[in-house]
Design a protein around this ligand. Sequence first.
Ligand SMILES: [Zn+2]
Length: 47
Amino acid sequence: MIEIKECIMCNEKISIINCHYTCPNCGFSENCHDKPHLIDDIKDKVK
Ligand SMILES: [Zn+2]
């Protein structure tokens, strides 16, 4: 599952793959399993 969103740090377009992304611009990475409020439009929840 891949979604395109904007980096919460620098607003760069980033690809979320399997609920995780690493920003190519600022290097920030996030995982929705850790911070579900940051990536809130992924419907496929995996625990
Ligand atoms: Zn960024």
